[in-house]
Each structure stands twice: as C-alpha cells, then as structure tokens.
Design a protein around this ligand. Structure first.
Ligand SMILES: [Zn+2]
Length: 761
C-alpha cells in the first residue's frame, strides 16, 4: 500500500510543507488497525473467543419474544420489551438502567379517504388478517395505518397524480399544464423520503396528500406477494413518520434541543416539524379505484406503475374527501442504557445503539438489528466472566421512538451532549438486518479501521470475508472501467456518507461524534416495511431465515467495538477523510458545470423554437421558462483546503509509522493524542449550523433538504447550487474552505505532537 503513501506537493500543499517537509523513502505501513502494539495477540485471542459466541438459535428466540406483540411508542409491550432488554443486560453483568422522556406522539382517532366523484368509493385503510400468520390477527393492539405528525384536517378537492412527488415531478407536471393548487395529490412511495412528499405538495398549493405503495415498487411486479412470497399484498400499507426534520430538526417536534434550556420550545400548533397539510398512507388496493377515476393527460412514461390501468394525471373528474384527526397526547419513551466501565481509560466511551420500537410487530425493522446488538452484549458478558477487561468504557443503547422521528436517540444525545462531546470516541449504529452484503456508512476517519474489521469476519454464504464479498459485489455492480479500476486498486472500500434515517443522526450531525451505520442486505426482498406483516412469521420465511447474518452482524460490530475499546492508539486515519472531501468537492464542481450546460442548452432551444416545433396540439406540453445563465463560482478556497487536508493526512500517517514503542506502548504518551483524535470529528462542525437549518452542524453531511434520506455531502454548497442561491453557495464554499483549512492545521499539530512525544524524530 505504498502507492497511497506517495507525497503529493501541490500549491496549497507547499504552504503546509513549510511547516512539515515529507522525508523521502516512506513505505512503512502505519499501525492504524486498532491493535495494541504490546500485546495484539491477547487482543486477537479475545476477539476469536467473542466471535464464537453469537448464536443463531438465541437470535431467533429473542426475535420471537420481542416481536410477539405490537410495540410502537406508548404501548404496554414497548415498555415490557425495554424492561426485558434491561433484565438481560443485568443478567449478563452490565450496569444498566432505563432513561425516560415524555414526547409528543399523536395517534389517529379518525381517518377517512373516499372518492366522492365521479362515483363513490370508500377506502378500507385496513390490513386484513392472514390465516398462516399468527400475529397478523392482533387487531386490538395494532396501530392503525397513518402518518405520524400529519396535521389534523378535513378536506375535499380534485385529485392529481404526481408520480413520486419529487421536485422534478412537479416540473414535469407544470409542463403538462396541470396545477395542484386546491387539489389533493396522490403520489407513490419511493425516490424521496416520505416526509418530503406532503412538504412539496403543500409548497405547490395542494390541500391534502395521499401516499400509496405501487406494486411496481414493492408489490407483485417484483415477486409473489405475502403470504406466498415476500412482497406487499394488495391491502398492505406503509406507516411512517412525515416529520419535516430535514429542514428543521429530528426528535420530539416540541424541542429544538432538549439539552439546552434556552433553545426554542414549541407546541403541537406551531412546531415546524408538523406537516402543513393532512397526509395518509394507503394500499394499492385502495389506490387503484382512485387512480382509475382520474382523467386528464396520460401520465408520462416514467410515471406509470404496475397497476392494470392507464395512469392519468388528472385533475378531475376524480374528487376525493380525506380527513385525519389525531389524539395529540404525550407518550413516554424507554431508552435502555447499559455500561461496561473501562479498566484503564474509563473516560473514553464507545457507544453502540439500535432501536427497539417498531410500527407494529416490527420483526425486521428493528428487531433483526436489536437481537444482534443483544448477542454482542451477551457475548461480552461471557468474556467479562473469563477475565476480559476492556480499556475503555462501552455503552450499549436500545433506543425507543426511532420510528416517529429518531426521538429516543435524539433526546438522549441532546441531554448528554456535553459529556458525549467530551468522552465519546465513536457511535456505531444498526437498524434492520437481512441476508447479503455488508453495507458500511460512516465517518471517513474510521474507514481504514472498519475495512480491517470486515476482513476478519466470515460471510456465512460464501465463506470469504464479508469485506472481500462486498468488494467483489461492488466490482460486479460498477458502471465504468474507471470505477472498477478504482475498486481494484484502492486498498480500502470507501464508506458511504451518512445523512440521516436512523439513530446515528444526533451523534454525527449535531454532536460531531465519529459514527458508523452497518448492516447486511441485498439478497432479501420484501414489501412488508412498516406494515402488520413485518413480523416473526414473515422474517422466518423470507428474511435471514437461518439468522446467520444476524450472527455476522453481531460478529462485525462486536469486533469493531472491542477493537476500539482496547486499542492503545485510537485507529483514526485521515487519508480516507481527505480522499472523500476531494471527491465531494469534485461532485459540487461537476454539479455547477451541469447546471451551466443544461441552462445554456435549454435557453438556446427556447430561442430556436425547439419546444414549439415538437408540441402536439392534441397533447400539449408547455415550454420551460427561460432562465438566467448560471455564473461561475470560485472553488479555490475549497480546492486549497482539500490539498492542505491531503498533506496533513500524510503527515499524520508518517508520524504514526515512525513513532517508536516508547510512544505507541505508553498510555501516558498516548492519552493526549487520543484526546485529540476523539475530538477530531468535532472540527467538522460549525456552531452556526447549515444555512436555514441550524440544528445540523456537521459541514460534510446532512439529509437532503428536498429528498430527505438522500445523503447530501457538503450540503451548504451543494444545496446553494441546486437552489440557485449563488451568493449563498459562494459563501458556503468560503466557510467550508476555512473550516477544512483549520482542520488540516489541527491534524498537522496532532501529528507534530505525536512526533514530539517520541522525543522528536
Ligand atoms: Zn428501524
């Protein structure tokens, strides 16, 4: 891996080189794998013992217990599950307790969807019992199908179909000459996070929003439907949160920051996360009569789903009446928090979490991940009995209230924010788990480390390492020879960036704790997400039926936790970070170029009369509007910072490679270095937060403002360009350039400190 070691001296690099001049003849691999230098054999022995413990039979029986009854927030079984998890941790020798938080959690009292013209049809809004599936009949405990944090409303209006309800769908709708003003829109699940759909609909003037699951996306078009197969049956409904957290903040909509008494506090009437118009989810059984009643233009090609109808856009003659009314009470969350105190570095914490609340029985989401976390905890309990003493403190969390909007993790993260910023080394998250390939998202400083962990875990289907299987799968899926060449030459598989979508959000986006999100998937398909059919019966017929990927997940994350807890020098490496920032910068530059080219071309076609020429008067399409040309932006501050970062990353690697045992085996010498590494992710935060959404302080990642779960990298810059806010984009480039230049200086001085700890080499 010497090829990555070459020193690149660039314009900005020279500035840094004045401080540090790279010696020639490098080539030694720095010890950044997370093994202690003095006794890595003992550490490997403990890991081997650990990996032998997680047991598919226990994963299975724990899932059966936790998914036996509906366990959404506020139910008796949600609390019972938390107490059962607590009792297990105590049994395994952990120091465990429950922390509670009272949160706004509306549940539905009245739900109506009916077609009032051209004929009458009333939607069922009900998921029927399936005879083979025992828990599907637990009617009295099942949460009705709804969207949590929809505003109450009772509206009637013409229906309009807007495909996925994404930004470009509304552009296409405008070209068809159709407006949603005063209308109820029907859109399908997919392409954007669900909360974006009512948000965009309201911004375009709609008065209500229905979201349905098209069989093309997760129904019979893909595979047989449940119970014959894994896919969504005609009456299956996807519940979910529509809290507008990408443009405000996640967690309880009433608290901007629960840990800060001076932060804004809202009521259900003025909370920014509540939707502006009522919204309800429906099945394709309920959607078909509504869509079939639509007139107006035939839907564009890419808008057509798999229902046996001709898809029209509307509006009219279909008219719909919809009503939502909820009980806006507070409910209690139960977060289980369990600890193993560190033997020699108790003030350094490795934090791990997975939620325990589900929408209904929630076997896949979240119990498949929750039971893996519990197996890690049980195995570590065994090792404690055999004499294992982790250096650092390990904290395992079972979160409540993830489904409505990351409520339990956000509240806990905010309330303990100060301590976490002082003590947390890393946060490792999982959620649902299935069969297939390891997906790895996370902070790039942990990229090199995590690749090492994945090399040491065996894939249960192929017996190659989960790392190797993932790399080969990525080569198979690559789109270009360049991408394949990169995968073959790059020693570490890149981590995907974190945006939002699970409980890591507060840790990475708000607190700047280096975070990872891991799980297996890609081989199991299903259409039971957030329905009553996501249960033990489904999972044991169509999920990870042998629970061997549950075991692989426990082995992967448990190994990562142990290695982080026991490393002498924390295995943080900045090469992955600097590579990633270079890539993200290039993406922003490409995005600007694309906007420039497209705008120029469109304006020229408008001048040439292209749109007039292709317009069919019997199927008219309106021409797009002439737009102002896209200006050039000055990326120099960012490009220079990227070079400085690359240089400091190399400097740090060099310092580690040349540190002697007097440093690498000395807890005293390493303590101040580790403290700097621990806080390094916080150097990517800006206290002022992102433009228009100050809760989000991480300058490299955020959920997409208009896509929700789509990850935005360098979000301030990227969104400035996409929203054509040129001045804002320019300011964001400058701000990010400054931040990353300061980060490069911090990494450099960390490297220097390491060199000096060794007596200056
Ligand atoms: Zn989940």
């Amino acid at each position: 891996m010497t090829s990555r070691w070459g020193v690149r001296v660039s314009m900005a690099g020279l500035l840094v080189a004045a401080v540090w001049l790279a010696p020639a003849g490098l080539g030694q691999e720095p010890p950044l794998d997370g093994y202690t230098q003095a006794d890595s054999k003992t550490q490997r022995d403990w890991e081997t013992k650990f990996k032998a413990i997680p047991d598919p039979n226990i994963l299975r029986s724990s899932m059966e217990r936790l998914a036996a009854r509906p366990h959404n927030v506020g139910t008796a079984y949600d609390k019972e599950n938390a107490e059962w998890i607590l009792s297990k941790y105590k049994e395994w020798g952990w120091d465990a307790h429950i922390e509670t938080f009272d949160v706004l959690y509306p549940t539905p009292k009245r739900r109506v969807v009916e077609l009032t013209a051209p004929h009458k049809f009333t939607a069922k809004l009900e998921e029927p019992t399936v005879a083979e599936d025992p828990t599907s009949s637990q009617k009295s405990e099942q949460l009705p199908t709804y969207h949590v944090y929809s505003i109450d409303g009772d509206v009637t209006g013409p229906l309009v179909y807007v495909n996925y309800g994404a930004v470009d769908d509304y552009e296409e709708l405008a070209r068809l000459g159709i407006s949603v003003k005063g209308a109820i829109v029907i859109v399908r699940y997919g392409r954007t996070w669900r909360g974006i759909k009512p948000k965009l609909a309201a911004e375009h003037g709609a008065i209500g929003c229905l979201i349905y699951s098209d069989p093309r996306d997760d129904g019979y078009f893909e595979d047989n439907v449940f119970p014959k197969g894994p896919m969504r049956p005609p009456d299956g409904v996807q519940r979910g949160s529509v809290e507008d957290f990408p443009s405000s903040f996640p967690g309880d909509p009433l608290y901007f920051d629960r840990g800060d008494p001076s932060a804004p506090h809202y009521t259900a009437q003025n909370a920014p996360g509540i939707t502006k118009i009522p919204v309800l989810p429906i099945s394709y059984g309920d959607a078909q009569p509504l869509l079939a009643a639509l007139g107006g233009p035939v839907a564009p090609d890419g808008w057509r789903g798999a229902l046996p109808i001709t898809y029209h856009v509307g509006s009219g003659p279909a008219e719909v009446h919809m009503a939502v009314q909820s009980d806006w009470g507070l409910k209690t969350l139960y977060d289980v928090i369990a600890k193993i105190p560190g033997a020699s570095e108790p003030d350094e914490w490795i934090v791990r979490g997975n939620h325990h609340d589900g929408w209904v029985n929630g076997a896949e989401d979240p119990i498949s991940g929750q039971v893996a976390e519990m197996e890690e905890a049980r195995a570590m309990g065994e090792l404690l009995k055999q004499g294992w003493k982790p250096k650092r403190t390990i904290i395992y969390c079972a979160w409540d209230g993830e489904e409505p909007g990351l409520l339990g993790s956000t509240a806990w993260g905010e309330v303990h924010g100060k301590e976490l910023q002082e003590h947390a080394v890393a946060y490792i998250n999982s959620d649902s788990n299935a069969r297939g390939f390891l997906f790895m998202q996370g902070s790039h400083v942990l990229e090199h480390f995590l690749n090492g962990v994945a090399r040491d875990v065996e894939d249960p289907e192929t017996n190659m390492s989960v790392d190797e299987r993932r790399r080969l799968a990525a080569i198979s899926a690559a789109h270009s020879p360049a991408e394949r060449a990169e995968l073959r030459s790059h020693p570490d598989v890149r981590l995907q960036a974190l945006g939002s979508g699970s409980d890591y959000t507060v840790f990475i986006d708000r607190l700047g704790v280096a975070s990872l999100n891991l799980g297996f998937g890609g081989e199991t398909h299903g259409g039971i997400y957030h329905s009553v059919y996501d249960d033990f019966y489904w999972y044991t017929h169509f999920g990870d039926t042998k629970f061997v990927y549950g075991r692989a997940l426990a082995q992967t994350i448990g190994t990562a936790v142990m290695r982080l807890a026991d490393a002498d020098l924390l295995p943080f490496d900045f090469a992955g970070l600097s590579d990633a920032v270079r890539t993200y910068t290039k993406e922003c530059e490409d995005q600007l170029k694309k906007e420039q080219d497209e705008t120029r071309e469109r304006n020229q076609e408008l001048r040439e009369g292209v749109y007039r020429a292709i317009n069919d008067p019997e199927h008219p399409l309106q021409a797009p509007k002439q737009e102002a040309p896209v200006p050039y932006l000055n990326f120099a501050p960012l490009d220079n910072a990227v070079d400085a970062l690359a240089h400091s990353a190399e400097h740090y690697r060099h310092a580690v490679a040349h540190a002697g045992p007097n440093v690498l085996e000395s807890a005293e010498a390493l303590r101040p270095i580790n403290a700097r590494l621990r806080e390094s992710e916080q150097h990517l935060l800006d206290a002022a937060g992102l433009p228009h959404r100050p809760w989000y302080r991480h300058m490299l990642y955020a959920p997409g403002l208009y896509t929700g779960y789509g990850v935005k990298t360098l979000p301030g810059v990227r969104e400035g360009i996409e929203q054509r806010q040129w001045q804002e984009a320019d300011e964001e480039i400058a701000r990010l350039g400054k931040l990353l230049t300061a980060d490069a200086a911090f990494i450099d001085s960390t490297a220097k400190q390491l060199e000096q700890a060794g007596g200056g080499q």
